[in-house]
Design a protein. Structure first.
Length: 478
């Protein structure tokens, strides 16, 4: 289908996909973009670039973070964790510095840190045995240095920092994977507020100028093998949803986005997962879809009641679910492979017993870290963390190509994105392959930058934003 005919169709489906705020179809307001499936509706960035070609600007980002940037109007928002020279005292108490406005008293640990008050950190809950096994290299040791968990706002035009606010200062309560960071979740915005999750360090809400609105302390996570945290919050209308799967007591919670007050909380039974919930409007009733090792579960957004559930996926679930044109796709790929396509309008009850809503399955070559891309009926996904790409017909499961080795790209953590009939696959080695969408596998360009990339990119208008380990790039023609 031509791009100019595809766009109106995608816009018509927008309200059913992820509760995009008014005007949000143009921007990249959340993890995985306006449709939460990697597609930029109005995007048309360059096909080719290098350090000397089509780099509009390049700015250093303090600290470390795999948090993907989000873009709203003329601003970019992202999260980072900055290691300071301050070493924690023997009592474990630290003080937050900064000049945020005073707020009503809140005695939670996160709120005390938010307001610059000393705090005592509770011991993490005891580890529970969970089905699914461990994974790969263990996490690092618990840090000793104080970290500053910060929200950054940059100017789209030149990359200059408009404001940088410290949401929390403290010592992370646990380590993280050697490739991980303490700021791996992506922020989300409704155009009035920015919601930033630092996991165990707290969930924070600020206005577009960085002024604090509210914050919530959800406790301390004990992640599998101390691999760290990374699930991003999801937003639909005025409801914010956070999934809290770890080796302690799991839950999913819905909050009033305006106040931070809880609307409902439901217990879960999962080993650690890192996937972000997906919220989809199904016949006027939004559902919160979560993936896991034990179960895939959909909750009613209004009440938290289970709408349907299905068998679980593999261990260490990281990829987020994607949705388009009535079809939901869930997958994961650590120590196995699992992919299911579900006709969401038909899904009720236990699908593992009555699988009538399951359209098709595909159990090979699925990703470990990167989430899939769902673009114009094509489902793109990588094998494990390798630059091996498969494309299937999202409605039928019929293979279009793959697994196809992407020559010149070594290792992939970032999720692929698409715009203007092109697919962008960003490698950890600084190389990005640009592929032609539709039909057979066809490479248009392989581009190289002097940085490594683990965060997923964002596309808005004629710009591609790439967050490297050291810099944020704006790729755009002059």
């Amino acid at each position: 289908m031509p791009h100019d005919l595809l766009l109106p169709l995608l816009c018509a489906c927008l309200s059913q996909s992820a509760g995009t705020p008014p005007g949000g179809e143009r921007y990249w307001h959340q993890w995985r973009g306006p449709l939460a499936n990697g597609t930029a509706l109005h995007g048309d960035p360059p096909t080719e670039w290098s350090e000397s070609k089509n780099v509009r600007w390049k700015v250093a980002i303090p600290g470390r973070g795999h948090s993907s940037p989000i873009v709203w109007k003329d601003r970019i928002y992202l999260l980072t964790a900055i290691k300071t020279e301050q070493v924690a005292s023997t009592t474990g108490n630290t003080e937050r510095s900064g000049g945020w406005a005073e707020r009503p008293a809140d005695t939670s640990a996160a709120a005390m840190a938010f307001n610059g008050l000393p705090q005592e950190q509770d011991a993490p809950p005891p580890e529970r045995r969970r089905r699914g096994g461990g994974g790969g290299r263990g996490g690092g040791e618990k840090p000793k240095n104080v970290h500053e968990f910060a929200v950054l706002c940059l100017n789209r035009a030149d990359g200059k920092t408009i404001w940088q606010k410290a949401a929390y200062r403290g010592v992370p309560h646990d380590g993280t994977h050697p490739d991980g960071t303490f700021a791996s979740a992506s922020p989300i915005t409704d155009g009035d507020r920015v919601y930033a999750s630092f996991g165990s360090a707290g969930l924070f809400c600020v206005d577009m100028q960085g002024n604090p609105a509210w914050n919530v302390d959800l406790g301390d996570m004990r992640t599998r093998s101390s691999f760290g945290e990374g699930s991003s919050p999801a937003l639909f209308g005025d409801t914010l949803v956070v999934n809290w799967d770890h080796e302690g007591d799991d839950f999913i919670v819905a909050l009033d986005a305006r106040t931070g007050r809880e609307r409902w909380r439901k217990p879960r039974d999962e080993p650690t997962t890192w996937s972000t919930p997906l919220i989809v409007d199904v016949k006027g009733k939004p559902q919160v879809i979560t993936t896991g090792t034990n179960r895939v579960i959909s909750y009613d957004l209004a009440s938290g009641d289970v709408v349907w559930e299905d068998a679980g996926l593999t261990a260490n679930v990281i990829p987020s679910a994607v949705y388009q044109d009535g079809m939901l796709v869930v997958m994961s790929g650590f120590r196995g492979a699992a992919l299911r396509a579900i006709r969401l309008a038909e899904a009720r009850g236990d699908l593992s017993k009555d699988g009538g809503a399951i359209a098709w399955k595909y159990d090979q070559d699925t990703p470990y870290v990167p989430s899939p891309l769902l673009y114009d009926g094509g489902l793109y996904f990588l094998e494990n963390n390798r630059a091996m790409l498969t494309c299937l017909n999202a409605r039928s499961g019929e293979k279009r190509f793959g697994p196809q080795r992407i020559e010149g790209v070594q290792g992939v953590y970032a999720s692929p994105v698409a715009a203007a009939g092109r697919v962008y696959v960003v490698g950890r080695d600084g190389k990005t392959a640009v592929l032609k969408h539709g039909g057979d596998y066809s490479v248009l360009a392989v581009n190289t930058l002097d940085d490594g990339f683990d965060a997923s990119p964002a596309i808005v208008d004629h710009e591609l934003y790439l967050r490297g380990r050291e810099h944020l790039y704006c790729i755009a023609a002059p």
